[in-house]
Design a protein around this ligand. Structure first.
Ligand code: 6PG
Length: 484
């Protein structure tokens, strides 16, 4: 059995198992290990039966079955489990062997692992993988980064198992992203964008359900229609499907029986945290993270709902618009314009991080990595690719001709929807953040001259002038009009 497997996979939770099966289906021999060994046994006599998968009950066994240079891939929980597994695995390997972390790890952890393993000559890749269980089984989007030397050895496996797009369905959604933690960083931003997309869809849902009073059958039709146009995407498609599923217990629509309290594992939060570190305005994604946090305050919200006043009721009750179809179309346009701002912010953050860490990212290529397999896959990503093909140095997606025109075309509907939501009291934090970002970004002058004056007044922080280079301080107290 020695040295016969192409790759070893450590961690047989659903994602790990499905990746093993996907690799085996593509002709690779895979060694599979899990810390709880009963899971290895169950896997081998269950889903992996008859496939080119070898179950290993010890890490040492897994290492011995691998062809050299060995490729060992971790699909274990991010954080300490990854660190501990690497600590156990590294002494069993030789210089030139490769460890891949395929989990949702923080990019700084990946950078640290690369540094640590460098002295041992072990090559380390941090590969973001998106697409959930189904993607892992039949074609995920893979975002590999790290020690570039390892890439030619890993590429044949990853590109074979990745989702494919393009007219001939032969372009893999997997390409080299960059050095260090670049792969995991791109996955973090992917997840931030995922948070933004999901929040925007929820806001559109709320406007249509609570604002317009649409039922689930009509919502199904609306999302089905949206999925045939500019918004065509996996998340719109699954949202459509969700409206059609009944609860077995009550017979009601299942979505209506689900508690409005969102969970989060942290990758969206990492996008926002790092946006703050970089000083880039990733406002929509951050609102989406906070919207989940606010939703989680369910009991407090229930109490507050009985104590705090504000408008409440449908659009018809407020007599704001007479035409239902017109409003649905306005919401679609508001969603699309907001989505453009969200991606503009996400790519802007990627650009800032690439500059900070010297990654040299290819943004058009990243858009194509997300074109298939992953959670945010959407037709719209081709327009992003086209924008970066037109100008690889594009400062902000909003400045590209296509997106500039798209926002212009949807802008009045977008503003109308936000006014309506505000008037009838429907929270739309992400759509609002998007429009405020747009209006701020297109402002030649913002009110921060006043803010600079305030900072200088109370803290002598100095300010710049509009008519002269340099830093200035004023004795504001001495010069002010005396009160009274
Ligand atoms: C993906 C998903 C996947 C997962 C995240 C998000 O790309 O396949 O992003 O990584 O759904 O864990 O989970 P939370 O919503 O819990 O943060």
């Amino acid at each position: 059995m020695a040295q016969q497997c192409d790759i070893g996979l450590i961690g047989l939770a659903v994602m790990g198992q499905n990746l093993v099966l996907n690799m085996a289906d593509h002709g690779f021999a895979v060694a599979a290990y899990n810390r709880t060994t009963s899971r290895v046994d169950d896997f081998i006599i269950g889903p992996a039966k008859g496939k080119t998968v070898l179950g290993c009950r010890r890490l040492e066994d897994l290492v011995q079955t691998l062809k050299k240079p060995r490729i060992a891939m971790l699909m274990v929980k991010a954080g300490d489990p990854v660190k501990q597994t690497v600590e156990q695995l590294a002494p069993l390997l030789e210089p030139g062997d490769i460890i891949i972390d395929g989990g949702n790890s923080h990019f700084l952890d990946t950078e640290e692992q690369i540094r640590k393993l460098q002295d041992l000559g072990i090559l380390y890749l941090g590969a973001g993988i998106s697409g959930g269980e189904e993607g892992a089984r039949y074609g995920p989007s893979i975002m590999p980064g790290g020690t570039e030397e390892a890439w030619p050895l890993v590429r044949p496996i990853f590109q074979a198992i990745a989702a494919k797009v393009g007219p001939n369905n032969d372009i893999p959604c997997c390409e080299w992203v960059g050095p260090g933690g670049a792969g995991h960083y791109v996955k973090i931003v992917h997840n931030g964008i995922e948070y933004g997309d999901m929040q925007l869809i929820c806001e559109a849902y709320s406007l249509l359900k609570d604002g317009l009073g649409l039922n689930n059958d009509t919502l199904y039709d609306v999302f089905a229609e949206w999925n045939r146009g500019e918004l065509d995407s996996y998340l719109i498609e699954i949202t459509r499907d969700i409206f059609s599923v009944k609860d077995e217990k009550t017979g009601n629509a299942l979505v209506d029986m689900i508690l409005d309290r969102a969970g989060q594992k942290g990758t969206g939060k990492w996008t926002s945290q790092h946006a703050l570190d970089l000083g880039v305005p990733t406002t929509l994604i951050t609102e989406a993270v906070f919207a989940r946090s606010l939703s989680a305050l369910k009991k407090k919200r229930v109490r507050a709902s009985r104590m705090l006043s504000g408008p409440q009721g449908t659009i018809a009750e407020f007599r704001l618009t007479a035409n239902k179809d017109e409003f649905i179309e306005q919401v679609r346009k508001a969603l699309f314009a907001s989505k453009i701002c969200s991606y503009a912010q996400g790519f802007f953050q990627l650009q800032a991080a690439a500059a900070e860490y010297g990654w040299g990212l290819d943004y058009g290529e990243i858009a194509m990595l997300w074109r298939g397999g992953c959670i945010i896959r959407a037709t719209f990503l081709e327009d992003i690719k086209a924008a970066y093909d037109r100008n690889s140095e594009l400062e902000n997606l909003l400045l590209d001709k296509y997106f500039k025109e798209a926002v212009t075309a949807n802008q009045s509907a977008w503003r109308r929807v936000i006014c309506t939501a505000t008037e009838i009291g429907i929270p739309i934090p992400a759509m609002g953040a998007a429009l405020n970002y747009y209006d701020s970004y297109r402002s030649e002058r913002l009110p921060h001259n006043l803010l600079q004056a305030q900072r200088d007044y109370f803290g002598s922080h100095r300010y710049e002038r509009v008519d002269e280079e340099g830093n200035f301080h004023t004795d504001w107290v001495g010069k002010r009009r005396k009160p009274g």
